[in-house]
Design a protein around this ligand. Structure first.
Ligand SMILES: [Zn+2]
Length: 141
């Protein structure tokens, strides 16, 4: 299951944020997972304790951390008519407005750390929305 490596990456990214803030305890980790990544939120949640366990000898910051996964549906932008739609079997993955197949995927590929809530003040993570940080294609084994 590759979800373990994804969630381990998220945990480590959240720890970096914690460390940059004096190792503040992490209250909540929120991540966005696009439907096209093939990453299943259920397994991210399932492997979360294991990922926490693997770093727990180094830190206590994750003792009371909750994980929230936000699923991002696939969205396409039609190059022919400009419509935005959700490609699905029902619409044959074609643009429902003009039946064109010339589209570009504009959402659904992301795997991002959206925010890390630390114990003191909620902290956003500048730069963490840069999706080159954590692209599924670049995921390590
Ligand atoms: Zn169209």
């Amino acid at each position: 299951m590759h979800e373990l490596s994804y969630i381990t990456r998220l945990v480590n990214m959240a720890l970096d944020v914690s460390r940059a803030n004096g190792s503040a305890p992490i209250r909540k980790i929120t991540a966005e997972v696009g439907a096209m990544t093939g990453v299943i939120p259920y397994y991210l949640n399932k492997y979360f304790p294991e990922a926490v366990e693997s770093v727990s000898d180094r830190t206590n910051a994750l003792k009371d951390t909750t994980l929230e996964i936000i699923s991002i549906p696939v969205k396409a932008h039609c190059n022919t008519c400009g419509a935005e739609y959700e490609p699905s079997r029902e619409n044959n993955y074609l643009c429902p407005a003009c039946q064109s197949r010339e589209c570009r995927i504009i959402a659904g590929r992301e795997f991002l750390l959206r925010s890390v809530e630390l114990d003191d003040a909620p902290a956003d993570t500048p730069g963490a929305t840069n999706d080159s940080l954590c692209r599924p294609a670049a995921a390590q084994k």
